[in-house]
Write a protein that binds this ligand. Structure first.
Ligand code: C5P
Length: 245
């Protein structure tokens, strides 16, 4: 049993879902979010929306009671990343991520920067982008398979003191085995029905498959944002997750 999932049963936050708010601007984002409530899901904003609408939108979502994943995938020298993570923590974000390929010193600096925050955010490492193929790694001088590189970076993320990684749900089972039960696995590429529309995702899993493989959090964009009834989709996934506890 995944203890982080068990945690949902003990606390009022009973959802593994992080809704990816891949909207172009604050108005369309806020119009969508008005249909939700914080007990149904966490929210994620990424580079496009943050660049367009920035801190005020992030704060507005946090002030509405939502747990916010600031998905800006920081990658820079240790001091710069640490300061950015500290600002994110002070803003009250629930989760923030950095690129594992920034290395141990960068990740340790980030972990230290948020360690004493009033509300310490979950600090997550991005391993290998799912858009990368073996040839892309080879071009960067990395001559091992994607799976080996993901595992190598995930172990580095863990030993640098971070709380988890973003990974494909297809990598969740071996990572769960290698990294233990307490490490958060944040998995995108989720579709309600694997026979249905994949959009631009190549390898997908259903929420049940991803949770069974060891995912802690399910990042879901279009299956929720483009659903006729987003709340019904979230309730369905949350019920399923509760039944798997
Ligand atoms: O609409 P969909 O469910 O495919 O959205 C998935 C979200 O997860 C998007 O915000 C996407 O950028 C993000 N993501 C991903 N694959 C990764 C990392 C993040 O799809 N490896």
């Amino acid at each position: 049993m995944n203890p982080l999932i068990t945690d949902f049963a003990r606390t009022e936050q009973r959802t593994p879902v992080i809704v990816a708010l891949d909207f172009a601007d604050a108005d369309s984002t806020l119009a969508f979010v008005r249909r939700l409530e914080p007990s149904l899901c966490q929210l994620k904003i990424g580079k496009e929306l943050f660049t367009a609408s920035g801190r005020s939108l992030a704060e507005s979502l946090i002030n509405q009671g939502f747990k916010l994943f600031l998905d800006l995938k920081y990658h820079d020298i240790p001091n710069t990343v640490a300061q950015a993570c500290r600002v994110a923590a002070d803003m009250g974000v629930w989760m923030v991520d950095v690129h594992a390929s920034g290395g141990r010193r960068m990740m340790e600096a980030a972990a230290e920067a948020v360690a004493n925050s009033v509300q310490k955010p979950l600090l997550i490492g991005v391993t290998v982008l799912t858009s990368m193929a073996k040839e892309d790694l080879a071009e960067l001088g990395i001559g091992i398979s994607i799976e080996e590189q993901v595992l190598r970076l995930a172990k580095l993320v863990q030993s640098s003191g971070l709380d988890g990684v973003v990974c494909s749900a297809h990598e969740a089972a071996p990572l769960r085995d290698a990294l233990g039960q307490e490490f958060a696995l944040v998995t995108p590429g989720i579709r309600l029905d694997t026979a249905g529309n994949k959009d631009d995702q190549r390898r997908i899993m259903t929420p049940a498959q991803a949770l069974a493989a060891g995912s802690t959090y399910l990042v879901m964009g279009r299956p929720v944002t483009q659903a006729a009834d987003p709340v019904a989709v979230l309730r369905e996934v949350n019920t399923l997750a509760a039944e798997m506890v």
